[in-house]
Structures are given as structure tokens and as C-alpha cells.
Design a protein around this ligand. Sequence first.
Ligand code: PLP
Ligand code: ZN
Length: 370
Amino acid sequence: MQTPFLRCTACDRTYALADPVWRCACGGLLGAVSDPRFDRDGRRPPTLWRYREAMAVLGEPVSFGEGMTPLVQVQDTRAGVFYKLDYLFPSGSFKDRGATAMITHLRSIGIRQVVEDSSGNAGAAVAAYCARAGIACDIYAPAHASPGKLAQIAACGATLHPIRGTREDVAAAAMEAAGASYYASHSWNPFFFQGTKTVAFEVCEQLGWRAPDALVLPAGNGTLLLGAHLGFSDLRAGGVIDRLPRLVAAQAEACAPVCEAFRQGLELPVKVQKRETLAEGIAVAEPVRGGQMLRAVRETGGEMLTVSEEETMRALRRAWRAGVYIEPTSAVALAATERWLDGNPGGTVVVVLTGSGLKATEKIVELMSA
Ligand SMILES: Cc1ncc(COP(=O)(O)O)c(C=O)c1O
Ligand SMILES: [Zn+2]
């Protein structure tokens, strides 16, 4: 079996896994290269660490026993639609998948302090796992993010830096601050994706080691989308499945740089003027891995769909009424699923529900009284 290593997506330069790098010397994005193995021993504890051999990270897990979130069949709809309840993670969003893997690795290579920027959920996840690992962390977030998410970051002991400005201003402030520390960015850091890919492993195992026909998810920086692509590719390389599911990525019309590029047949995200949206978690105008996101969806014969604020609101209310208490961003995937099913009936479709409604109580109170 080959030892995993990091490779630059721009110049092919390689680095040992233990190198404390988060991007290549050329400025390019790094990805981990490994030879995934799957031990399908169903007796392992029901956490995402049951796929340890397929995760290219070093060290003993920094873990709260996360993962193996429920996969539930949707009632009162077409057969074959399942919800993956990734809002049931310890910090309340799927970002724990990435945080447990990245912080595990960083602790093992001796990183004592990190800087991260986030719309809220990734920051909360990194803050929680840093608290567990005893790593100091500084989180940069938009000052206008959900107060619940900002409180969660600070409560977990991180130093919170609320930034007035756009999501892009927040990223720039964090990157500058990281000069003297380590930039544990969920969009740049290759180890984050070694965690988010476990969503594919879990869905596959929960379906009896079969891939679904399609996986629908919200996409901003693409950590879930690219993680899912990586995970299903690993399962194919490991001989578990023989084809990738179609990946269906959803963005809000108000900020859809990747969907727009998909529609126009372009290879990189287009420039957009971001408008106000309910989907704060995916309001990313300049996703650094946008090109990878487009390639991933195209490789699977998938689709990128935009949904309006009205469609998101309708999907959100329907989810709540069904007892599925998600935050507004997550409803974008539900709205997109309806579109997808209209055009592509049949098969097994899994929708990933990414964040808990408990994160956004103030916003939800406002929406309920509107
Ligand atoms: C609830 C929720 N869903 C989906 C996403 C999208 O994740 P990504 O930006 O990695 O595509 C986020 C990102 O913050 C989020 O908070
Ligand atoms: Zn490079």
C-alpha cells in the first residue's frame, strides 16, 4: 500500500503528509493522494472513524464520537428519497466531519495554534475540536453571521474576530493573520476534505454498500460537494462501487457563481454581485475550489441548480412541519431536490441536511412571525 502524501493541483509538487503546509509554495491548492482501503467490519463503533484506513490523516482521533448520522426514508413522497441528517453532529452541522479529521491531523504534527474563517458553522466546529485538542484558535467571521453561531464560537473558547464586510473580506483578514500562525481554512486545508468525504462512506454503508443514484447538497466553498466526490471516488478505487452517483449541487440564486459557470459551460466560477439571501452558509462569491467543484459535478453527470428565496422558504417550512428542524441554508438542497425529481424521476436520491435549526433561532423567530 502506498504511503499517503499531498500533491499540488497546480504544479504537481508533492509534500509529506506531516509537512505543516496548507497550500503549495506556488500558491496552488493541495489535495491528499492515498490508496483507500475499506474494512467493512460492521462491528466497529458507529462513528466516522470506522473508516480510519481510508482517511489520509495522522494521529489519534480528536473525537466526540461523531458521524454515522441517520439516513431516513422520506415519507409522503416518491419512494427512494432519503434524508441524511448531518445536522445532528456535536456542533450542529456537517462541518464536524472536516473538523475532526483536520484537528486530529494538526494536533499530531504539533500545531498549537490555528486561524480559520467561516460563515459560522465551520468556525463553530473548528472551535469545538480545538477545545477538545487543547489547540488555541482564532476565528474570523462576518459580524452579521447568526448570533447563535458567533456565541457558539466564543463559548468554545476561541478568540472571535467579527469582521464588518463581505465574506471575502473575512477570508482576507484571516489569511493575513495566519501569517504568524497556521491557516486551518476549511476551503484550503486538504485534511478537512479527508473528513467531509466520510459522508459518502456512511451513505454507501447505510444503503448496504451501494451508491445512491444521486446525492443532493448545498454548495458554497464546496467542502461537502468535493468531500462527497472524493469519498465516492475512493469507494470506486477501493472496489466497493463501480460508478459514481450523480452529484447535484444547489446554490441560492442570490449568490450562484458556480451554478452560473456550470450553466454557461465555463471552467471557473463567474463574478457575481451577491444579494441578500436566507442561505448565509453558502453565500460565497469567490470559492477557491470553484474549478474543482465544476469538474466534480460534470464528471458524475450531475447538475448544478439555483433556487429562489421563495423556493427555499417553502422547502424550509415543509421540512419544519415534518419535524426536520434545519437551518435555512440546508433548505436550499430540499428545494433543489424537487426540481431534480421533476426532471429525473426514479432511483435512490439522498439529500444531505447540513445544519441545525437550533443555530439560527433568532432568524427562525423572525421568519415565523413574518
Ligand atoms: C448549513 C450549511 N450548509 C452547507 C454549507 C456549505 O458548505 P461549503 O461552503 O463547504 O460548500 C455550509 C457552509 O458553511 C453550511 O453552514
Ligand atoms: Zn504548486
